[in-house]
Design a protein around this ligand. Structure first.
Ligand code: ADP
Ligand code: MG
Length: 364
């Protein structure tokens, strides 16, 4: 076992964390874990289920490629580890158990979220009852609030990166995938082009400064998707999606909203606003009345299935691309549009409430 540290002065792009405490083991992973099926994959990572031989406990092993597009990206991988370490004490962020390194990959051994992605609940024929959605959004906000208090923004919040500890009844949420997360305020403003087209905030498209409010936009998109089963800005192609986002072209009057509560719509409306400074913070969101309704929140968990409302997805469901589509997982750095002037692609050149109750909510 060897312990490696990365010098925080080693040319990291603004907002990347470099210090890690978790030892990175160089012993072959297979000596300690039995690696089984695949859980998911992105452009530079594969996540596989694995069982720790000595304990019989299941984990998720995220294999992160160190070389990407011919470039050494170990610093980015270490950054993802460092963010997970920073959030170690927060139950809403997936726990980092151990780390390994091979010639090609750094492997993060993560707490296993057996319930899969909340995305599955967005595309399911039977959407979750609002009581459950409220619980999941509250938990997401708790995690986001924790990150923001630490001056870290996730920048890739989407239903594929919010997992559940258990599928049925839905367990607690775990936020994963900190590859695009950044620390704010380290060196000037953060204006990098990040995220997945369907879920990014308008300020990203406009190359305006990124703030914690950027994550709150994504929370609005996630809430929209959970209550309607539709993706608010997905167009037929990326350009149309960008246009929908930048014009905040969102429709609350369609069939998909016919059985959605007014408070849910109000919550989403307050987040999907163009000016970041007009969006409530995570703490302010937590005191929105939608998240505090007695009848919705009384009995979360298994018993809430008794109040379950089955909402059929409307025929006009719009999705930009199937989730398996790798294109959909790309961020702007790889997008074909990244040559356009406003989509800056030089990766190393980023420019420089407590939520304790409904009384604190002042945005209605
Ligand atoms: P990427 O950076 O490639 O998007 P993620 O960290 O988002 O990688 O992982 C990809 C997918 O793998 C997730 O969307 C999820 O389906 C699955 N996954 C990731 N972490 C876990 C985990 N801890 N437990 C179960 N599944 C996971
Ligand atoms: Mg992901």
């Amino acid at each position: 076992m060897s312990r490696r540290r990365l010098d925080s002065r080693s040319g990291l792009a603004a907002g990347l964390l470099g210090e890690i405490q978790t030892p990175i083991c160089t012993e072959p992973l297979e000596h300690v874990y039995e690696v089984t099926g695949e859980l998911g994959r992105g452009k530079f990572a594969v996540v596989k289920r694995c069982v720790e031989k000595v304990s019989g406990k299941t984990f998720a092993a995220k294999f992160l490629r160190k070389r990407r597009r011919g470039r050494d990206c170990r610093a980015e991988v270490i950054h993802e580890m460092a963010v997970l370490e920073m959030a170690r004490n927060n139950a809403r962020v997936v726990n980092l158990h151990a780390a390994y390194e091979t010639d090609h990959d750094v492997v993060l051994i993560l707490e296993y979220a057996a319930g899969g992605e909340i995305f599955d609940h967005c595309v399911s024929e039977e959407l979750l009852p609002e009581a459950q959605i409220v619980r999941l959004i509250r938990q997401t906000l708790e995690g986001v609030h924790y990150l923001h208090q630490s001056n870290v923004v996730h920048l890739d919040l989407k239903p594929q990166n919010i997992l559940l500890t258990c599928l049925s009844p839905p367990g607690d949420i775990k936020i994963v995938d900190f590859g695009l997360a950044r620390r704010l305020g380290a060196v000037g403003e953060l204006r990098e082009i990040l995220g997945t087209p369907e879920y990014v905030a308008p300020e990203i498209l406009n190359y305006e400064p990124i703030t914690t409010a950027t994550d709150l936009w994504s929370v609005g998109v996630i809430a929209f998707m959970l209550v309607t089963g539709e993706s608010p800005f997905a167009g037929d192609d990326k350009q149309e999606t960008y246009l929908n986002v930048s014009q905040v072209n969102v429709d609350y009057s369609g069939e998909a909203f016919s059985r959605v509560s007014e408070l849910a719509v109000d919550f989403i409306r307050k987040l999907l606003v163009k000016a970041p400074e007009d969006r409530p913070s995570a703490a302010e969101c937590m005191s929105h009345p939608w998240l505090w309704q007695q009848q919705l929140c009384l009995s979360p968990g298994p018993s809430s299935t008794t109040t379950r409302t089955v909402r059929e997805r409307s025929c006009g469901t719009k999705w930009a691309a199937p989730p398996e589509d790798l294109e959909d997982k790309e961020n702007f750095l790889e997008s074909p549009h990244s040559h356009a002037k406003k989509f800056r692609i030089d990766e190393g050149t980023s420019a420089p409430g407590d939520g304790s109750g409904p009384a604190a909510y002042s945005l209605l």
